[in-house]
Write a protein that binds this ligand. Structure first.
Ligand SMILES: [Zn+2]
Ligand SMILES: [Zn+2]
Length: 727
């Protein structure tokens, strides 16, 4: 085609594999066996492995790909166990939509096999008058962490269900990472504490995407030791994975090229799903494609009515819809059957998500097509050059932190309303200091039974599973709540005049009221964006760990950070349109960081002129690549670089967790720093630009307006880092 200019960097084939079958050691109870036979279901080896371990009472984590039959692998032994022993099961899903989808599947099996198991959803949509019956009659309850967080204080109403609870299932558990995951981990410990009171000691069953640290992650999330099953026996057809780099055809936008690929695939008779990063783009791609094709194409996103979404999912399954452009809303486990082609428009932010999306392509043993269309971002471009990173073994570590005192504090208050906190219970191990602090603040009171809650507001209302307790700003459009964010983030992203990106839509912030804790936004279709300008100071509070590698010294420890937003720039692509100043208060916080110091020798080698810009570029590039190792958003990290740091007395680059108290990202980066330095060095060295660009050392969140930056200096510093580990 005339617009093709070498955009294809690589075509990778996954190869096809034959399914590997397994046989359960003990036959299933008759009703289930007959159902399996009548449905013609032959189990895969990973399914029977999971079934046997669950039957043996182990905690089991299944980390095989989407559509490998994970649901059946845990439903079968759980249903059998309930039927045999009268136990109950709690299924937790990160999203309501998933619980709905999964209830349908459970009910099919239950009625198909003629079991007497009662399964129900219990969440915010459950009518009040139905709730007592559901709690009393259900053998399986499907809910989500947000709901559980509010039900635990009323555990006596759940006594009957909890006291026979033998299975806790966490589906799509990779979603429980970062701040959200850390909150869920503490919620699970609150649940376990209540269950102990009712003499229940359930097995945990967990399903998740593939990751680098399944043992560590599942243990941190639940406190249990899991048997991990990661060998997929389901087999499948060959996937042709195309790496498409639009930068080789600069006359056409990324989205224009993606739309064209989408239309061509649909017209060729392939049922195709295009994943976009924003809602607006999903709609635009569907609309543009519709103008060019006679096939039936639509868009899909979270804001649609449930009936509309069910309809699209059904038509995809039945094959009456040829193409859908969707946000990541369709990435999760909702059943839509296999498709012929998937187009991933822009790196979804993690290898896990990329595979969830790619996993939508493929029908049985047929070939399928996946096209990954890159943006101009560092990670997108790095992966274009290093396809094996995406296709090889997982190296993203999922992070959960159960020690952040601010997160722990909130859950201590919740737990104290659920049952008095006793110093000797496991839940309180290493946490008595925090409880004593809360006693001093008058939030807890020590009684003969233990600490009890003394505050006024209900803690479950104040503690959000998505945040860290403390000041939270609500971003409102009229009366509608768009999102909540910490005060520090709001100062940088939701100040007056800021353009806020929310689910791919642009909003103009009209006012930030720190006393009322509200930011007022309105929809604004603008072509520019804003970048806040910040002044920062950092000081080292404590060094926890140190590594000396020749002349490089690497540290992990706690930092004190002071930030002040002093103004912002209005920008269009890389061009600054104007600059405005702001009068906002300074914020201070304590967090954890990883940092290193460099020798004078290197400064001489790089040269005075390039030194500052080199340090600054190194900081940006390391932060851009960090999510590849410690799964997070680049916005979750802060950075600081200086030729002379007051705490170290040397040229230093610091990277820190952007959350009060830290959530374990820096700690992980410290342990993986060699890999991080290596890949970052590769990225910058191989970037085609002359002086740095958004694909390497420019940062969309730089508080100094991306000045100074020096690509040559950055390359030399990164090379020094990478080499220090080798000698
Ligand atoms: Zn570049
Ligand atoms: Zn910067």
């Amino acid at each position: 085609m005339e617009w093709y200019e070498d955009q294809i960097e690589t075509i990778w084939e996954t190869g096809s594999s034959k399914p590997s079958r397994g046989e359960a050691r003990e036959p299933f109870i008759r009703s289930l066996k007959e159902w399996l036979d009548s449905e013609g279901i032959a189990l895969y080896s990973h399914q029977t492995e999971a079934i046997e371990l669950i039957r043996a009472g182990e905690d089991v984590a299944l980390t095989t790909p989407t559509a490998s039959g994970k649901t059946l692998a845990f439903n079968l032994p759980v249903l059998e166990g309930i039927e045999k022993t009268g136990a109950s099961a709690l299924y937790l899903y990160p999203l309501k939509a998933l619980a709905n989808d999964q209830l349908g599947k459970l009910k099919e099996t239950i009625s198909g096999a003629g079991l007497s198991v009662e399964a129900n959803i219990y969440d915010g949509d459950t009518p009040r008058h139905r709730r007592p019956d559901i709690r009393r009659e259900s053998d399986i309850i499907l809910t989500n962490p947000y709901g559980l967080h509010h039900y635990l204080p009323w555990h006596d109403k759940w006594a009957q269900f909890f006291s026979r609870l033998n299975y806790v299932l966490l589906d799509e558990a990779h979603r429980y990472r970062g701040v959200f995951g850390s909150n869920v981990a503490l919620l699970i410990r609150r649940l376990k504490r209540i269950l102990r009171y009712y003499d229940a000691d359930p097995q945990f069953i967990l399903s998740s995407a593939t990751m680098a640290n399944p043992k560590e992650f599942t243990h941190k999330l639940t406190g249990e030791n899991f048997r991990v099953i990661d060998r997929d026996g389901s087999g499948g057809g060959n996937k042709h994975f195309v790496f498409w780099n639009p930068v080789h055809q600069p006359d056409r936008s990324v989205h224009g090229q993606a739309t064209e690929l989408f239309r061509i695939a649909v017209d060729a008779g392939m049922q195709t799903l295009a994943f976009t990063r924003s809602r607006r783009m999903a709609e635009l791609i569907a609309r543009w494609a519709n103008e060019e094709t006679a096939r039936s194409v639509t868009s899909y996103r979270a804001g649609y009515l449930p009936e509309e979404r069910r309809e699209i999912e059904r038509r995809l399954r039945e094959g009456t819809l040829d193409g859908v452009a969707s946000t990541n809303a369709l990435e999760l486990g909702v059943d839509i059957g296999g498709l012929d082609a998937v187009i991933i428009v822009g790196y979804p932010g993690s290898i896990i998500s990329t595979w969830q999306q790619a996993g939508r392509a493929g029908r049985g043993e047929d070939d399928s097509l996946v096209i990954f269309v890159a943006f101009e971002d560092p990670l997108d471009q790095y992966l274009m050059d290093h396809p094996a990173e995406l296709l090889g073994a997982a190296h993203e570590n999922l992070i959960v932190d159960t020690e952040n005192p601010h997160i722990v504090g909130g859950h201590l208050l919740c737990a104290a309303t659920e049952m008095p906190l006793r110093e000797e219970e496991e839940f309180m191990k290493d946490r008595t200091d925090i409880a004593e602090g809360m006693e001093e603040q008058g939030l807890l009171a020590k009684t003969g039974m233990g600490w009890i809650y003394q505050g006024e507001a209900r803690p479950a209302k104040v503690v959000s599973l998505e945040g860290i307790s403390g000041d939270t700003i609500e971003v409102l459009e009229g009366e509608e709540l768009l999102e909540t964010m910490g005060e520090r983030r709001a100062l940088g992203e939701a100040h007056q005049g800021a353009i806020l990106l929310h689910r791919g839509e642009t909003y103009l912030i009209e006012q930030l009221d720190l006393e009322e804790k509200k930011a007022r936004a309105r929809r604004a279709d603008v072509d520019y964006y804003t970048q806040s300008l910040k002044e920062k100071e950092t000081s080292v509070s404590e060094v926890f760990e140190k590594r000396s590698l020749g002349e490089l010294e690497l540290f992990f420890g706690s930092l004190h950070v002071e930030e002040q937003v002093t103004g912002y720039q209005l920008k269009e692509r890389d061009r600054t349109l104007s600059k405005r100043s702001l009068d906002l208060p300074k914020v201070e916080f304590d967090t954890e960081g990883v940092w290193f110091t460099l020798p004078p020798k290197l400064e001489r080698q790089v040269g005075k002129k390039s030194w500052r810009g080199g340090l600054h570029g190194t900081e940006h590039a390391l932060i851009a690549m960090a999510p590849l190792f410690a799964l997070c958003d680049r916005w979750d990290l802060g950075g600081f670089s200086t030729p002379l740091h007051p705490s170290t007395g040397k040229p230093s680059v610091l990277i820190y967790d952007g959350f009060e108290g830290g959530i374990g990202i820096s700690e992980k980066l410290f342990s993986l720093f060699e890999e991080l330095a290596d890949t970052t060095s590769e990225l910058v060295k191989n970037c085609d630009c002359e002086e740095g660009c958004p694909s390497c050392i420019f940062s969309p969140k730089c508080g100094a307006g991306n000045e100074p930056l020096d690509k040559g200096g950055t390359i030399e510093i990164l090379q020094f880092l990478a080499e220090s580990f080798r000698t």
